[in-house]
Design a protein around this ligand. Structure first.
Ligand code: ZN
Length: 286
């Protein structure tokens, strides 16, 4: 009988290679959401449609007697009327599994815990048309009532790489955020107080890189253009915990080299302010 005991045989050992300083301070690389705006020549029609659906969408400067202009259209809100009853269709062939569709629908309908909102799945038509097979990241075309003007033959929401293996936490963060867009809520990080912190060139380079691959135009619209304060439901500063607030890495900020530089973590579920805004915007009838 032979044995190797005591033979001094050499073996492979595992060793931990520490991250470099650069790796430790590198920004998180993940997919970000982007809103794809309607074409400019649809903005006036979309604003008229929004006011027809919900007169509260009209900006305070606009009266019924005033002709709609592009300038007024940009100030016009995109909220549905209450109660909100919207349809969803999964456009991919094959569709995501029944279980995954139910998980996605569950996060859409989580908005209904705080307001009079229900989404249900249909097999044709639909206001919200979702693809998970696209390679454009997380996106929506238009906001709220603007979805009515998107091409019914095409998806208007992308949830790239959402699969059965996606964790509940990630699904919550991504799907509740996109559902907020479908309900007419924009990005909390588009408030001037956040946009003013961002350095244009650094942001354009960051979002152009993998995995997002955004054009300069997409970055300008989503991270470098402040939305008028009147479009936000809550005054009193940025709600960094809002589900509608994306994380913003310090590497794209003007003060990125300063000791004070810090990432904006962004929201991963409804904040206390979100819940108040949902119930005020889409109240349940008593
Ligand atoms: Zn978004």
């Amino acid at each position: 009988m032979s044995t190797n005991a005591g033979s001094g045989r050499s073996r492979m050992y595992c060793r931990v290679i520490p991250l470099t300083k650069e790796q430790l301070s590198a920004p998180r690389r993940h997919l970000y959401c982007h809103i794809e705006p309607l074409p400019e020549d649809q903005l006036v029609e979309a604003a008229c449609n929004a006011i027809k659906i919900n007169p509260k969408n009209a900006p305070s400067a606009h009266s019924q007697d005033l002709a709609m202009t592009k300038e007024i259209a940009l100030l016009t809100d995109t909220k549905w009327s209450t109660p909100v009853r919207l349809t969803i269709r999964f456009v991919d062939d094959p569709k995501p599994s029944r279980e995954l569709r139910d998980r996605i629908l569950g996060h859409f309908n989580a908005w209904g815990d705080h307001g009079d909102i229900t989404f249900h799945e249909v097999e044709s038509g639909a206001t919200v048309r979702i693809t998970v097979l696209n390679k454009d990241g997380y996106w929506i075309k238009g906001l709220g009532t603007q979805l009515n003007l998107t091409d019914p033959a095409l998806p208007n929401m992308g949830l790239q790489d959402i699969t059965d293996a996606t964790s509940d936490g990630e699904l919550c963060r991504v799907v509740r955020h996109e559902a907020g867009h479908a309900l007419g809520f924009g990005h909390e990080h588009s408030r001037a107080a956040v946009v003013d912190l961002i350095e244009e060139r650094r942001a354009i380079n960051f979002f152009a890189a993998t995995p997002n691959g955004w054009s300069e135009e997409t970055t300008r619209f989503n991270f470098l253009t402040a939305v008028p304060e009147s479009r936000f439901q809550a005054s009193g500063g940025v709600d960094y915990a809002s589900i509608m607030c994306s994380d913003v890495p310090k590497t794209v900020m003007k003060n990125h080299a300063s000791e004070d530089a810090a990432d904006i973590p962004g929201g991963s579920d409804f904040s206390a302010t979100d819940k108040m805004i949902i119930s005020a915007t889409y109240p349940r009838q008593q």
